[in-house]
Design a protein around this ligand. Structure first.
Ligand code: PMP
Length: 354
């Protein structure tokens, strides 16, 4: 830290991303990426943009916005396209929260919410998840701040139904409710249709998981026209060219290959259920996940110990040290072959530990 950094940022505790090891090849089940490549059309359209890189991209992402509007049944002015969904989430903190309008989110959820709050000088309240790790809906409803709800939640994978989300949104008409649907495509219900009815609902989504494009950085938000125009105002005040040419083109391709997307989601759900059964048979306790990851705790080995033993055997999962969840690991659902390796290595470790 230099002596020039302002007090405001001196206290900032940046987000710690999952490991992205560059040295050795791991079975990488730690950052919820897709095991499948981007769609062929996505790759072809991105490659076609290479020769146009000397030109700035379209700041409105016109073609991508049009395709997204068709895919999600909304109009183009009800959409904003961003550099990963992290960016639209940050825009939401900038646009809707301030010293007098705190952010509210569960105590166990996506770790970036806390960082975005601090970055923007926004106070926040954390509402503890209930003992079964589900979101405390009544606790959230009782708050008057801007609500951030990951649905399915991370790292638990537990989802609220659309009607449960509606109940929260309807109870808080004077504050924005942000529903982060990064993992919605793996079996949860989307709140997008509710954006027609509630002007205080913003839904955020990403191409990073179900559309196999984590490296491209592409996300988007859906809400009523006025909410979106607030976010566009922030975007044009920070970086109008937030989505590069190749990424925007790849996004269009991914949407056009809808069958490929559906098949990948179906496959991941099937592999998740297989892995859950295998883990349960080994005595693991699992949350009822609707995401592309599992959240599991062994009755035979501690969370960190298992994480380290797997790592030593070339399998990376994600361990969090928070008090309530330190005995768990979050395991991304990879390909069937990867999950077979994960299960084999886990069995080996439990065997050694007996
Ligand atoms: N929301 C949740 C709940 C996440 O887990 C992630 C991924 N780490 C994101 C949003 C952001 O993903 P991205 O910026 O890649 O769209």
């Amino acid at each position: 830290m230099s002596r020039f950094l302002t007090d405001r940022y001196k206290v900032l505790k940046p987000y710690t991303p999952g490991e992205q090891p560059q040295d050795k090849k791991y079975v990488k089940l730690n950052t919820n990426e897709s095991p499948y490549p981007p769609s062929k059309t996505a790759m072809r359209l991105a490659a076609e943009e290479l020769e146009r890189l000397k030109l700035y991209p379209d700041p409105d992402c016109t073609r991508l916005t049009r395709e997204l509007a068709v895919t999600y049944g909304v109009s183009e002015d009800e959409l904003i396209v961003t550099n990963g969904s992290d960016e639209v989430l940050n825009f939401a903190f900038m646009a809707f929260c301030d010293e007098r309008t705190p952010a509210v989110f569960p105590d166990i959820t996506y770790g970036f919410y806390r960082v975005f709050a601090d970055l923007n000088g926004v106070p926040y309240r954390e509402i503890p998840l209930l003992s079964d790790f589900s979101v405390d809906r009544e606790g959230m409803k009782a708050e008057r701040g801007v609500l951030f709800i990951a649905n399915p939640n991370a790292p638990t994978g537990i989802a609220l139904s659309a009607s449960e989300i509606e109940d929260i949104v309807a109870c808080n008409r004077e504050r924005v409710v942000v529903v982060d649907e990064a993992y919605v495509d793996f079996g949860a219900e989307s709140a997008v249709p509710l954006t027609k009815k509630y002007d205080n609902l913003l839904v955020t989504m990403t191409f990073s998981k179900s559309r196999s494009m984590a490296g491209a950085r592409l996300g988007f938000g859906i809400g009523c026209r006025d909410l979106i125009s607030d976010l566009v105002r922030i975007k044009y005040s920070t970086n109008p060219y937030n989505v590069n040419r190749m990424t925007a083109a790849a996004g269009v391709g991914a949407l056009l290959d809808a069958d490929y997307f559906c098949e990948n989601c179906r496959q991941i759900i099937e592999t998740r259920e297989w892995t859950a059964r295998e883990l349960a048979a080994l005595g693991f306790d699992l949350t009822p996940t609707r995401a592309n990851f599992l959240f599991a705790k062994s009755d035979k080995i501690g969370g960190e110990e298992l994480y380290l033993a797997l790592r030593e055997r070339g399998v990376l999962v994600r361990h969090f040290s928070g008090e309530r969840i330190k005995e768990y690991n979050r395991i991304t659902v990879g390909s069937m072959a990867e999950m077979q390796i994960f299960i084999d290595k886990t069995k080996e470790i439990l065997e050694v530990n007996r």
